[in-house]
Design a protein around this ligand. Structure first.
Ligand SMILES: NC(=O)c1ccc[n+]([C@@H]2O[C@H](COP(=O)([O-])OP(=O)(O)OC[C@H]3O[C@@H](n4cnc5c(N)ncnc54)[C@H](O)[C@@H]3O)[C@@H](O)[C@H]2O)c1
Length: 323
């Protein structure tokens, strides 16, 4: 099959490209390298089944050609990470809304299936545990920029579902919860690569807020199996699925685990949210997915423990730092 992966030079996209190439599929990647990088896909470039186009999903002509060639579109390209959204709100909103609209419109024109990457952010500050796909979204005011990411991903979902209902376009929506692994960059506010980078340099691990907030983490290869499994299952069409890790850990405990796994002499430093992000920044206390829907449909399981994940990211970051 020919698969177009938007954002394929990013963290998740590079692993997804690898997995599909291993299966013998042909991959087309479109990526503007805004948060992705050529180093993520340098090991794939020489593969004759891998094609890379350095462009934006907002370029309609390029997208028209690519969507026309491929059988399926996996739409991962987006402005990602709370920090980036706050630093560049206009560009982020435009990419996440107009970009997705272009992808869906062209997929509909050529009648191609789309898997849309959504996010646990769509649940907003709903701290119910665990969160299931039909749970309510709770958002703060528009003056708090972090909510624009949640709102843009929610609008992407509305659009995709509207194409499914009104045009019968086959769409699948996957809500990713915190996903971690090598190649993820800590520059845009992702907590595990940031902590591990700090620990390897024996710098203080900076915990935002009081650190009592909890999160759950998935390893990227588990997520990728989930994405491919959904695309291969015709009953997934028109549905929304959570994909994420089920174990919960507080950010304070995560910082301690990182210090222990990396054998670092770092201390932990707490930074108020207002200082780390924006005045009035709101965070959610807990965010744990209910993944029974994807388990029941395709037998999805998480196979990597948090320690496995931390060790893999530590090895990668050590190499990156040239240790
Ligand atoms: N990593 C996570 O924990 C997580 C959680 C929830 C949702 N997601 C979603 O998964 C998807 C992939 O995220 P990721 O973690 O791999 O992040 P990433 O930043 O590594 O990947 C996004 C990719 O999209 C590219 N991109 C951005 N704007 C573009 C544009 N206009 N045109 C073409 N390419 C563009 C970037 O260069 C990058 O390679 C995103 O849609 C994100 O919202 C990720």
């Amino acid at each position: 099959m020919k698969i177009l992966i938007t954002g394929g030079a990013g963290f998740i996209g590079s692993f997804l490209s690898e997995a599909y190439l291993e299966r013998g599929d042909e991959i087309y990647v479109v990526d503007d390298l805004s948060t992705g990088s050529l180093s993520n896909i340098s090991h794939l470039i020489s593969n004759s089944h891998f094609h890379f186009v350095n462009d934006t999903i907002l370029n309609r002509e390029v997208m028209m050609e690519l969507v026309g060639i491929c059988d399926i579109v996996v739409h991962l390209a987006a402005a990602v990470g709370v920090k980036l959204i706050i630093d560049e709100p206009l560009k982020s909103i435009h990419t996440n809304i107009a970009g997705t609209e272009t992808v869906l419109e062209l997929a509909n024109k050529f009648r191609k299936m789309v898997l849309l990457a959504s996010s646990s952010e769509v649940y907003g500050s709903n701290s119910r545990v665990p969160l299931s796909e039909t749970d309510t979204r709770i958002y703060g005011p528009t003056q708090i920029l972090r909510w624009s990411y949640a709102a843009s991903k929610a609008m992407d979902e509305f659009l995709a579902l509207a194409y499914y209902r009104t045009k019968k376009l086959p769409v699948i929506i996957a809500r990713f919860f915190n996903t971690v692994g090598p190649r993820q960059t800590g520059r845009y506010g992702m907590v595990i690569p940031r902590f591990i980078g700090q620990a390897l340099k024996n710098e203080p691990l900076t915990v935002f807020g009081d650190g009592a907030q909890t999160r759950s983490f998935t390893y990227v290869e588990d997520l990728v199996r989930g994405i491919i499994g959904l695309i291969d299952e015709s009953r997934a069409v028109g549905e929304v699925f959570n994909i994420g890790g089920e174990g919960e850990i507080s950010i304070n405990d995560l910082a301690k685990r990182v210090i222990s796994v990396t054998q670092s002499s770092s201390q932990i430093r707490h930074i108020p949210y207002d200082e780390a992000y924006q005045e009035g920044f709101e965070d959610m206390q807990r965010r744990v997915p209910d993944i029974s829907k994807i388990k029941d449909l395709i037998g999805y399981e998480n196979t990597y423990s948090l320690d496995d994940i931390l060790l893999k990211v530590t090895d990668f970051e050590r190499d990156r730092l040239g240790d």
